[in-house]
Design a protein around this ligand. Structure first.
Ligand SMILES: *[C@@H]1O[C@H](CO)[C@@H](O)[C@H](O)[C@H]1NC(C)=O
Ligand SMILES: *[C@@H]1O[C@H](CO)[C@@H](O)[C@H](O)[C@H]1NC(C)=O
Ligand SMILES: *[C@@H]1O[C@H](CO)[C@@H](O)[C@H](O)[C@H]1NC(C)=O
Ligand SMILES: *[C@@H]1O[C@H](CO)[C@@H](O)[C@H](O)[C@H]1NC(C)=O
Length: 544
């Protein structure tokens, strides 16, 4: 028998394929489907300090896929879709139990904002239509439900951003056709909204492009406010712009509907101060992309990030290139100080039917590596998470992903990217079983930490401990919607006494609480002991 050339060629090819595959870049992390449906599309998500996640979409989508509790119905003659509605538009997800229970929101919460108050209740602000001046409070317990404060806001807030402040109030900035900000709770009946000309200056009259501004509390007490393609440092107590940062190179928009995302990079406390405060803004859509998308032309998303040291006297943006373009992505701070980029599309913009090309692979960004080697591609999901998708970090280190509904209604058939009711989890590679031996386990949960005071944390590690690679991080649970996690903040605490051995494979590390409310506003945080980049499961701690 003779082998034909083609036969030999075939075997050669097979050999080459099997033995000389290019190094597979997407090998890290894994996905699991938690629930095929939670009954609603997860447009907004907030983790609470009892490991429940409050989730809501909007009340005027028509019926959802979950009934209101106890057979109740809601009559709202102002609802634009369904006035008598017996379905829920908010649920509470129990992380440990992997189950949901329906909650009752009465007025429209669509495209709203929020922050956890220092007592751990969610204070949600604004929405649409009959809900645009409403403040809603959700304090979790087994039977709790939403409470609504009809005229909690002075102005309508739709697509606004909230941020928690050192005094425990929140500031609510902007929103559609709102070039101003206000506070909640109010100091007095006579509290007013204050104008913010920066929101006029960054407003694009055709397509806005400055909604859901990226807002971070700088450690000097001012607010960093990014909208469209640039940012200011703002003293909200005196209504004064302290600094105007340069435009991001290229000048393309990064805010809604050209939705990119942004994080305040981990804050490292050394000798009581944070020496370098940096912001990273990634993705978005090029100029003109939103109008093009409305006309059926889907421009490729921006594949660049801008990083800026906002604490420098004269800072400049440094541009970095992601493995691919991404619009409507989410950026989350992981407990081991990596940054996760997840969700979104590769072309078009936010808005109904305006996005294309789901980006199924998350990317990890390693902020401390040299530029050019910071991005690592992760394993893909199979579920597109386009417009109105969300992502939150939970205490065990997983990232929960939900939502995506780029349609005006709940549309499950004959549409691109059907309304998605499922909840998935992405487990970064630090959760791989191979890291088990390195992973710390916290033994002595500390429940409170005071500004500038010590606490000691005891933990175990199965393998040999490297005392030089132990750190303690603290993450604020954020309010995620429209590709932005409001109030997201990660602190690397100052280790006061080096890790010491206190028993067989038992160790103790002493850390100092954050120095001030400007560095860490009072409230609940998740604390992690990190060893060789592998975080423990977190424990809830109250900063006070
Ligand atoms: C949601 O409900 C609709 C209408 O009742 C039904 O057609 C659809 O299959 C449901 N979808 C899911 C994912 O449960
Ligand atoms: C519905 O609209 C009417 C008239 O605009 C208003 O008086 C009423 O308060 C609204 N209802 C709710 C629940 O907001
Ligand atoms: C979604 O469903 C609604 C109501 O059934 C329908 O009017 C609308 O055309 C659908 N949207 C798309 C994009 O098919
Ligand atoms: C830190 O170390 C010093 C000196 O050994 C000791 O006096 C102090 O009690 C330690 N503090 C904590 C919180 O462990």
């Amino acid at each position: 028998m003779t082998l034909s050339y083609s036969h030999i060629y075939f075997h050669l090819l097979l050999f080459l394929l099997l033995h000389h595959l290019p190094p597979c870049s997407a090998t890290a992390g894994h996905w699991s489907l938690l629930l095929p449906t939670i009954g609603i599309t997860a447009m907004h998500m907030q983790l609470l300090p009892n490991d429940r996640i409050v989730i809501f979409d909007r009340t005027d989508f028509g019926p959802s896929n979950i009934s209101l509790p106890d057979g109740k119905c809601r009559f709202d003659r102002n609802d634009t879709a369904l006035q008598l509605d017996c379905t829920a538009h908010s649920v509470e997800y129990d992380v440990a139990d992997n189950s949901v229970r329906p909650l009752t929101v009465l007025t429209d919460v669509w495209c709203s904002s929020g922050a956890l108050a220092p007592d751990g209740s969610l204070v949600q602000t604004g929405g649409f239509n009959d809900g645009d001046h409403v403040v809603r409070v959700y304090k979790s317990c087994d039977k709790c439900d939403w409470q609504e404060i009809a005229f909690g806001l002075i102005q309508r807030r739709w697509y606004a951003t909230s941020h928690i402040l050192p005094d425990g109030r929140q500031i609510i900035i902007g929103g559609r056709r709102q070039f101003n900000y206000e506070f909640y709770p109010k100091h007095s009946q006579t509290d007013k909204a204050h104008s913010l000309p920066f929101l006029v200056q960054t407003y694009d009259h055709q397509i806005e492009n400055n909604l859901y501004p990226f807002v971070f509390l700088h450690t000097d007490g001012n607010l960093f406010i990014f909208a469209n393609n640039r940012a200011i440092l703002f003293d909200y107590s005196r209504n004064q712009v302290i600094k105007t940062y340069p435009q991001v190179p290229g000048g393309d928009p990064r805010s809604y509907p050209s939705t990119g995302s942004a994080v305040l990079l981990p804050l490292r406390i050394v000798q009581g101060i944070v020496a370098a405060v940096e912001v990273l803004v990634c993705g978005g859509a090029p100029k003109g992309a939103h109008l093009n998308a409305k006309n059926g032309k889907f421009d490729g998303a921006l594949d660049t990030c801008g990083r800026i040291k906002i604490s420098d006297p004269d800072p400049e943006w440094v541009t970095e290139t992601m493995p691919s373009g991404r619009v409507m992505g989410d950026m989350l701070l992981l407990p081991n100080v990596d940054v996760l980029l997840i969700n979104g599309g590769s072309s078009g913009t936010a808005g109904w039917e305006n996005g294309r090309g789901p980006v199924l692979e998350p990317v990890i960004y390693k902020p401390d590596r040299p530029i050019g080697s910071r991005f690592e591609l992760q394993n893909p999901s199979t579920i597109p998470r386009m417009y109105h998708s969300t992502a939150v970090l939970v205490r065990d280190g997983r990232v929960l992903v939900g939502g995506s509904n780029p349609h005006k209604c709940y549309n499950f058939t004959n549409v691109l990217y059907p309304t998605e009711l499922s909840l998935e989890a992405f487990s970064p590679s630090y959760l791989d079983p191979t890291s088990y031996g390195l992973r710390p386990k916290i033994l002595s949960p500390v429940t409170r930490i005071q500004y500038g005071k010590w606490v000691t944390i005891q933990f175990t590690v199965q393998n040999q401990l490297d005392p030089n690679s132990v750190s303690v991080t603290m993450v604020a649970p954020s309010f995620n919607t429209h590709s932005f996690s409001m109030n997201q903040r990660l602190l690397v605490l100052e280790v006061s006494n080096a890790t010491k051995v206190v028993g067989r494979r038992k160790y103790e590390v002493a850390v100092t609480g954050p120095p001030s409310g400007e560095i860490a506003p009072a409230g609940y945080y998740m604390v992690f002991v990190v060893h060789e980049k592998i975080p423990s499961e977190g424990v809830w701690i109250h900063v006070e």
